[in-house]
Design a protein around this ligand. Structure first.
Ligand code: PGA
Length: 256
């Protein structure tokens, strides 16, 4: 059975004081056995997370990684550096980076390769824009995004990664995809993975991201092909993040 993962993507939010309060609030709550918690923070806060979360059940990670191992790449962060600060995960190919920084599918795959080489788990983000959805191109866009990842990372690399379906029109808009839309795409992604390997399809975790909050978490987390969430805005409030995690725990118990 696939475990659930609830990963908070803080994006460019946080401060040393606010981060510490967030961690303390998390640590005051009972441990959720059946759900893994992760927090993906801006790179300057990784050392603080390592210090505060070390030894706890919530792991941490980065929001991006360089597609290069080392060298003259001003402003970039190498996978080995994330590793050195105890990261377990890194987001790769978030739509905000694809859009604002022009990251291509091939570059996204190269970033994932760097992460994998350092034993980090890349959270590979995929998703269509509203325009693409309305033009009936969701499957075409996703087939391309996933196809490049499958080609470059291969079954072995994909088996050590997590997928995150994040429709662009649902990110930060307060308008989540409906449970039916989410399940349809997740099942389709799993089916595409099955064409490479049934074992991969069975085991790969597919997260949903896009306006996940405590009020819609229960219905989203109980969908058969949803293995957790990548949570942006709602993850900034520790109690919201915890409520989403509890919804995921409840959903896993139901399917056990
Ligand atoms: P959101 O962001 O939860 O604020 O919509 C999700 C994401 O971008 O990962």
């Amino acid at each position: 059975m696939r475990n659930k993962l609830i990963a908070g993507n803080w994006k460019m939010h946080g401060s040393r004081v606010a981060n510490e309060a967030w961690v303390r609030a998390l640590q005051a709550e009972p441990i959720l056995e059946s759900v893994e918690l992760a927090v993906l923070v801006p790179a300057p806060y990784l050392a603080q997370m390592q210090q505060l979360l070390g030894g706890s059940t919530c792991v941490w990670g980065g929001q991006d990684v360089s597609d290069q191992e080392r060298g003259a790449f001003t402003g970039e962060v190498a996978a080995s550096m994330l590793r050195e600060f105890g990261c377990r995960y890194t987001v790769v190919g978030h739509s905000e980076r694809r859009q604002r920084h022009g990251e291509t599918d091939v570059q996204v795959a190269a970033k994932a390769q760097q992460a994998l080489a350092q034993d980090l788990i890349p959270i590979l983000c995929l998703g269509e824009s509203l325009e693409q959805r309305e033009a009936g191109k969701t499957a075409q866009v996703m087939r391309h995004q996933l196809g490049v990842l499958l080609d470059i990372l291969g079954e072995g690399g994909m088996a050590r990664s997590v997928l995150a379906y994040e429709p662009l029109w649902a990110i930060g808009t307060g308008r989540s995809a409906t449970p039916a839309q989410v399940q349809e795409v997740h099942a389709w992604l799993r089916q595409q993975c099955a064409e490479t390997s049934p074992g991969l399809a069975e085991n790969i975790q597919i997260l949903y991201g896009g306006s996940v909050k405590s009020s819609n978490a229960v219905e989203l987390m109980t969908l058969p092909d949803v293995d957790g969430a990548l949570v942006g805005g709602a993850s900034l409030v520790a109690q919201e993040f915890l409520a989403i995690a509890r919804a995921a725990a409840k959903a896993s118990q139901r399917t056990e």
